[in-house]
Design a protein around this ligand. Structure first.
Ligand code: HEC
Ligand code: HEC
Length: 344
């Protein structure tokens, strides 16, 4: 059922073995056959993987979308998932750390909800195994939506349209914690970043991206070492790494206390639609793409948990501009997310 994830995990290994040598890349210039071979590693999948226990149906995804945008899932009926995962901002919030029901900044930056069908496990530290488990977190967390499932089930049952949607889609089950979470997770799996200039280039349109962005692609896969972790069409290995940021947050170490590399390690975020998603990283401390590239070039904080894949490298102004042009080419050209009209 999740066979696609296994394929994704192989990609970083292949890139490291086949393309890892910076020397091989030094010779590479845009338009060569090596680049054509490399492009195939970033080709978009044509279908969304849905798990067997929550197969896709348009009705279920539509119901899930209503719930994603419905503030009545929160204790004070004032916050919905989109409060912090807003489609206009690449399904994030345009602040370092979003403010929830407790009217205080949360501990971490809201990550994107884009392309979640391919991302597992969930959260910066990977503490939720599935989207269904994940969605229960923010709904009930006092600092986030501060809802209670008993109240939510009652509220939704009082709304005829919701009652009949659930009765039709979950015969014999109706509205419950489980069915609410299944619907939300199904909608989330349909949130897929749109075709970008980069995708058109991968598909063979040489003019789709600038020469600068093509040089950036080479840097990304070569000297800058980004593809060691940001691999595959969604630009993530779904693994945890300490990239050397200044942070008190223990990250993955909370779940893997005996793994020395888990300290300050966070899940590699996908890089699609980045231009809408600033600020960046788990604490939102990087304000733009230029600053995060400068951070990587510096190598960050040297400590025993820092990934061996992170090491200082020299980068000129032109190369930074090339890398930025490449990253910008990953933003979809046209995206629309119509707001659902919620039942009353
Ligand atoms: C008040 C802000 C806020 C609200 C409301 C909120 N989230 Fe989040 N969301 C976050 C933050 C912050 C994180 C990261 C927390 C962490 O990793 O510890 C997160 C993480 C996630 C992730 C994990 C992404 C990944 O890459 O692992 C998903 C998916 C998600 N939220 C979906 C939802 C859904 C669905 C809802 C509504 C039921 C919701 N969120 C409501 C702030 C919010
Ligand atoms: C060792 C693995 C690794 C390498 C190599 C790496 N990254 Fe990352 N990247 C990550 C992880 C993990 C995070 C999240 C770190 C955090 O929040 O502390 C991240 C975060 C980011 C973000 C922020 C995305 C967001 O949603 O906040 C961008 C942009 C980014 N990386 C681009 C790059 C570029 C460009 C390079 C090459 C110069 C690169 N990365 C190299 C693992 C890596």
């Amino acid at each position: 059922m999740f066979w696609k994830f296994r394929i994704c995990r192989l990609i970083p290994v292949l890139i490291l073995t086949v393309y890892g040598g910076a020397a091989a890349f030094a010779q590479m210039s845009p338009g060569t056959t090596e680049i054509d071979a490399l492009k195939t590693r970033y080709k978009r999948p044509l279908a969304i993987p849905f798990p067997d226990n929550a197969p896709y149906s348009p009705q279920l995804a539509t119901l899930g979308k209503k719930l994603f945008f419905d503030p009545r899932l929160s204790g004070a009926k004032n916050l919905n998932c989109a409060s912090c995962h807003n489609p206009s901002f690449g399904f994030e919030a345009p602040v370092d750390r979003a403010v929830g029901a407790a009217n205080k900044k949360l501990g971490r930056h809201a990550p994107t909800a884009l392309n979640m069908a391919w991302v597992k496990p969930l959260f910066w530290d990977g503490r939720a195994a599935t989207l269904e488990d994940q969605a229960a977190g923010p709904i009930t967390a006092p600092a986030e939506m501060n809802g209670k499932f008993a109240d939510i089930v009652r509220t939704l049952n009082d709304i005829d349209e919701y009652r009949s949607w659930f009765a039709t889609l979950f015969p014999g089950e109706g509205i419950s914690r489980k069915t609410i979470l299944t619907a939300i997770a199904t909608y989330e799996r349909t949130i897929v970043s749109g075709w970008s200039p980069f995708d058109r280039w991968v598909d063979g349109d040489e003019k789709a991206i600038s020469e600068s962005a093509k040089r950036g692609f080479v840097l990304f896969n070569g000297k800058a070492g980004c593809a060691g972790c940001h691999s595959g069409w969604n630009f993530t290995d779904n693994k945890f790494h300490d990239i050397g940021t200044v942070t008190e947050d223990m990250g993955r170490a909370k779940l893997e206390p005996n793994n020395p590399l888990a300290k300050h390690a966070f899940k590699t975020p996908g890089l699609r639609d980045l231009t809408r998603r600033a600020p960046f990283t788990h604490d939102g401390s990087q304000k733009d793409l230029e600053s995060i590239i400068a951070f990587y070039a510096s190598g960050g904080v040297e400590r025993s948990s820092r990934s061996p894949l992170i090491r200082p490298f020299s980068i000129s102004e032109q190369e930074t501009a090339d890398l930025v042009a490449f990253l910008k080419s990953l933003t979809a050209e046209k995206t629309e997310t119509p707001m659902p009209v919620l039942p009353n």
